[in-house]
Design a protein around this ligand. Structure first.
Ligand SMILES: C[S@@+](CC[C@H](N)C(=O)[O-])C[C@H]1O[C@@H](n2cnc3c(N)ncnc32)[C@H](O)[C@@H]1O
Length: 278
């Protein structure tokens, strides 16, 4: 008779533990349980039917710089000891940091919802999210723009797998995960209307080649949306190599032939910079 309450207590505790664990482990989180069905068909054949690209254009050729763009220098704790335009390139954030990218406090700290509102896509347009990571931005953009497409590019297969799993779980069909290379996004000529980089560009080990391949994939008039933590603002609690000043970004984008359009400074930690391919 005395065992009965004990069993009930044990069952209650284990039930609560299971609930709490699955709730926390769920990559969707409360704010992700959107469950929208969209009307775009399965994208598996997407790249075979890129009709927007001018198929007569030549294949992408990596730039052959006349001088060496990079130099070696002192390697600091968060950098790789390789310098571009006077800044040390940061280490790539590894996939074990997915939890940090997906952290709940991100909304309060960085206001990504505000940033997402600033990302405008017309129906049928294609945006490449480069350095997409866990897909935090890619999936939300896809859900906000059901008649557009997001190509989520990353170099870490683990990131791509996580993102794919989440897209499946949320039944998002207008995202095309895409494994890129460290120096080439590998998308066809003039196949994208916009490129987005959120907290990613500063860690590209080959920024010059990456931007050349992005410019190649953009249509004329296509835009580059660059979000970087503000180096000018000492109040932004991010490691120095993971920040970038506007002047630095403008200098580097100009080397890829991109023209600065505007900077929106409505976000708590980041610059939202807009560039355009002429
Ligand atoms: C700090 S994470 C940001 C992820 C995402 N944009 C976000 O804000 O949640 C940077 C990502 O850039 C990726 N990355 C680094 N170099 C890259 C490259 N050359 N091409 C594509 N992705 C790259 C890393 O693998 C990593 O997932």
């Amino acid at each position: 008779m005395k065992k009965f309450p004990l069993i009930v207590i044990l069952l209650t505790i284990s039930g609560f533990t299971y609930w709490a664990f699955t709730k926390r482990a769920s990559p969707s989180g409360d704010d992700r349980e959107i469950g929208i069905k969209n009307d775009i068909e399965d994208n598996s054949e997407y790249w075979e039917s890129v009709t927007t690209a001018d198929q007569t254009l030549v294949e992408y050729q990596p730039p052959n710089p006349e001088h060496d763009f990079y130099s070696d220098g002192p390697k600091t704790r968060d950098g790789i000891g390789k310098y571009y335009q006077g800044r040390e390139i940061a280490y790539v954030m590894g996939h074990p940091a997915i939890n940090w990218l997906e952290r709940r406090e991100r909304e309060q700290e960085e206001a990504p919802t505000k940033a997402l509102d600033l990302i405008k896509l017309a129906p049928g347009e294609v945006l490449a999210d480069i350095g997409a990571g866990s897909g935090y931005y890619s999936l939300r953009i896809a859900m906000n723009h059901l008649n557009s497409r997001v190509v989520a590019v990353d170099i870490q297969p683990e990131m791509i797998d996580f993102l794919k799993g989440k897209a499946k779980q949320l039944d998002i069909k207008n995202v095309s995960p895409h494994l890129g290379k460290i120096d080439d996004i590998g998308l066809p000529a003039q196949s994208i209307d916009a490129a987005l980089m959120v907290d990613a560009y500063h860690e590209f080990s080959h920024p010059y080649e990456m931007m050349a391949s992005i410019a190649f994939a953009l249509k004329p008039g296509g835009r580059v949306l660059l979000l970087e933590y503000r180096e000018e603002d000492p109040g932004v609690p991010i490691k120095p190599l993971h920040k970038m000043s506007q002047d630095q970004a403008k200098k580097e984008m100009a080397l890829a032939g991109l023209v600065w359009d505007e900077t929106i400074n409505d976000l708590p930690w980041q610059h939202f910079m807009v560039f355009r391919k002429p």
